[in-house]
Write a protein of this length. Sequence first.
Length: 102
Amino acid sequence: MGYDFNDYDRATRFTWKALRSMDARQVRAFHDEALSADSHLVTAIILHHLLNPEPTTNPEGQTCYGLWNGQDGMTPPPYRNTVFDSSHTRYLSSARARSFWS
């Protein structure tokens, strides 16, 4: 089992002349924009893994799995005296077969 780790880098660099002419609100605005973008990115990555249970391959060639889906033959580890079988899934099914976009 592998882990798909991607490093996303965002940086803001100011010269001393720029900082001298900017007030605190402008500097805070750049910082807030970076935090907001990070929050959106983390949310999008988590939702992608939750809504797309297909395994992926990381750059090292190891298979990376999402949630236990009951279709890949892997068994979740025991938890608080509860033993799961290999068909255990963490996805809930709805009453109708409908696409996400319809």
